[in-house]
Ligand binder design. Structure first.
Ligand code: UDP
Length: 387
């Protein structure tokens, strides 16, 4: 009997270490929470727990982060691990990468599961083993959503249904990431109850906007009708190390172009404005929301209040990198085809988040540019243009 359970325990622990099994599957093979290794000493088998030393491993929470290998997800995972949570990242590595998780992987409480939110059974398994879910897995980047609208829709809508269903089954709180895209073309100062102003559904950008709005509608419905504590974080433009420009994001693209001495591509006439927030400020907001049960059932804008035109941004990036690159105005049709519309202005009102958490962004635009430049120097500017 003992031998059999020892075998099972070893098999389970090994399976989990190899990342081949989810926690639930490994546990059915015999793995036990917190056990890192099993070995035989003087004829008796002993379990070696994850944390060294006599203190028991006592995580605060076990949090499932879907899309945790992405730009925002990897920073969030690290922040949660650093404060003592266990983190399970579920990611299919379509736009995220294992490289992003190098920092997270150093923590004992970290686990990576390669898989998709479209796999309802896997999601069920992982949700059962966690205390809380952060749902970040989604199609990202204007370039991707325009070129692969069907994939975007399926991931966003069906993935969210799977997340909320599992959360309902196990009564787990969910934070779902949404986007300022849901406001569409509304160019006013955007507060959480601002109108959505959209063009026709045949335009991929509005279809994407609607798919994320469906995520939000699901979130509110599961809260109201099923009493699943859900909160919506609406991210505005977020920037920082690990963000790739491969899917359209303007700051890493312009920084890479400036460092490589290539023309800075400004789409349209560059008068469109955005507010760029450092990813560490966004992560601080998300962690704050996770810790506030009273946030349930509500959407929160998360973004910076420093508004800048894209042309001004290009000049600022050229100046801060000391680049001699010229500015090249590129018509939208050349990049995104004729079925494309841009937002002329996108600026958040973050009063609601400030009232709840006292949250304010701590990085200004110049320090955000500098952080991106530093990262570009570390990994090489070409990396900022790669998927
Ligand atoms: N943009 C640009 N040059 C680029 C990439 C983007 O001028 O090389 C513009 C884009 O058209 C938009 C703004 O920069 O007006 C922000 O684009 P991004 O894709 O970063 O975010 P979003 O459009 O979602 O705000």
């Amino acid at each position: 009997m003992r031998e059999r359970s020892l075998d099972a325990l070893i098999a389970g622990v090994a399976a989990r270490q190899q990342g081949a099994f989810t926690w639930g599957q490994a546990r059915r093979l015999g793995a036990t929470a917190g056990v890192r290794e099993v070995r035989v000493e003087q004829g008796r088998w002993v379990r070696v727990h994850r944390a060294a030393g006599p203190a028991p491993y006592a995580p605060r929470m076990r949090i499932l982060v879907t899309g945790g290998a992405g730009f925002i997800g990897s920073h969030l995972s690290e922040a949660l691990l650093e404060r003592g949570d266990q983190v399970v990242v579920l990611d299919n590595l379509s736009t995220g990468s294992r490289d992003n998780l190098q920092g997270a992987s150093k923590h004992d409480g970290f686990e990576f599961v390669s898989g998709s939110v479209l796999d309802a059974v896997l999601l069920d398994d992982l949700t059962a083993e966690c205390d809380q879910v952060v749902h970040l897995a989604a199609a990202v980047g204007v370039q991707l959503i325009v070129s692969e609208p069907l994939r975007s829709l399926r991931t966003n809508v069906l993935g969210a249904v799977n997340v909320f269903e599992a959360a309902h089954r196990y009564r787990r709180p969910v934070l779902v990431a949404s986007t300022s895209e849901i406001y569409g073309k509304n160019s006013g100062l955007l507060h959480e109850r601002s109108d959505r102003v959209l063009g026709p559904p045949s335009v991929a950008r509005w279809a994407y906007s609607t798919s994320k709005a469906v995520d939000e509608i699901l979130s509110f419905a599961y809260w109201r009708e099923r009493h699943v504590p859900t909160v919506v974080a609406r991210f505005f433009n977020t920037v920082g190390p690990r963000q790739t420009g491969a899917y359209g994001m303007v700051v890493p693209r312009l920084v890479a172009q400036a460092l490589l001495g290539r023309p800075l591509t400004v789409y349209g006439d560059g008068s469109q404005t955005r507010c760029f927030c450092h990813v560490s400020d966004v992560v601080r907001a998300v962690v704050g929301l996770l810790d506030r049960p009273e946030a349930a059932g509500e959407p929160y804008n998360v973004g910076s209040n420093e508004e800048v035109s894209i042309l001004e941004l290009a000049h600022r990036i050229a100046a801060r990198t000391g680049s001699a690159s010229s500015i090249e105005f590129v018509p939208y049709e050349e990049v995104y085809g004729d079925q494309y519309e841009d937002m002329l202005r996108r600026a958040p009102d973050t009063t609601k988040l400030r009232n709840l958490l006292g949250w304010e962004p701590s990085h200004d635009l110049d320090s955000i540019i500098d952080a991106t430049v530093d990262w570009a120097h570390t990994v090489g500017p070409e990396r900022l243009l790669q998927a």
